[in-house]
Design a protein around this ligand. Structure first.
Ligand SMILES: [Fe+2]
Ligand SMILES: [Fe+2]
Length: 258
């Protein structure tokens, strides 16, 4: 089943040309970081975040949080499984990033706990089970791809690429989602979770792309293509998950917008 899932992800992503121009770059880490930034920095605000910022009502937010809960209540746990599969600089940089995700020594600041606080503030369950039970295939795929990469040593490069793309596409949407939550007057804890990620993920982006993926590619140039595969998989699967929500939401009339 895992093999079938991996094959489906590879088919979804398609071929990824590497190395650039067909010849091995002198500094693979720099070339790889440039490529990841080019993949993630489209300049367009994502449609789902734009919807949440401008048009969503409280029910839309509840639906959005319920979908994200499947991962966010276990936020960063999959990536912890990659740590023992790394060495040197990338290992130290991932540990630094994870320390931040895990609250920097303060249990109340664990990102998974901040997300649970957001759910609790809307009187939604803080146990992951009901969210998994009601999740659609695209939501589950977005989470399972992280476990697939992180739990297989041969896919560790893909796990790092996935993380980099995830972090590099988080800060701007999180700001928009926080603004939407404030617009609706939702409890502080909802906006607070996303506000925490505006600054944090702009730092994590640099750490993940340069200090983790770039350094990993310098140490393992033969695995650089896997890193790109992971980044592309992250973007493709998240786009599917966003599209699944938006197909239902696009019918909301513009007049709802405030
Ligand atoms: Fe986080
Ligand atoms: Fe992060």
């Amino acid at each position: 089943m895992e093999r079938a899932f991996e094959d489906a992800i590879r088919e979804l992503v398609g071929p990824i040309p590497w190395p650039p121009d067909g010849k091995e770059p002198d500094r693979p880490g720099v070339a790889l970081a440039d490529r990841i930034f080019a993949m993630t920095g489209t300049g367009e605000p994502p449609e789902l975040a734009t919807f949440l910022q401008r048009r969503a009502d409280e029910q839309h937010y509840r639906t959005y949080l319920a979908r994200r809960a499947v991962y966010q209540l276990r936020e960063s746990d999959p990536q912890s499984f990659v740590l023992p599969r790394l060495e040197g600089g990338p290992k130290a940089a991932l540990a630094e990033l994870q320390y931040d995700e895990y609250g920097g020594g303060r249990p109340a600041r664990l990102h998974a706990t901040l997300f649970a606080d957001a759910l609790a503030s809307l009187e939604m369950p803080t146990d992951v089970t009901p969210y998994v039970d009601q999740a659609d295939a695209s939501t589950l795929a977005a989470v399972n791809v992280m476990s697939l990469f992180a739990l297989n040593r041969r896919l560790r490069g893909a796990a790092l690429g996935h993380l980099a793309a995830y972090e590099a596409t988080s800060s701007v949407p999180c700001r928009m989602v926080a603004l939407g939550a404030r617009r609706l007057g939702l409890p502080d804890a909802v906006a607070a979770y996303f506000e925490e990620h505006v600054e944090a993920d702009s730092v994590h982006e640099q750490l993940a792309v340069r200090d983790i993926c770039g350094a990993f590619a310098d140490d393992n140039p033969d695995l650089a293509a896997d890193v790109l595969f992971g980044a592309a998989a992250s973007l493709a699967v998240d786009a599917l998950a966003a599209e699944a929500v938006l197909t239902e939401w696009r019918d909301v009339p513009e007049e709802v917008a405030q």
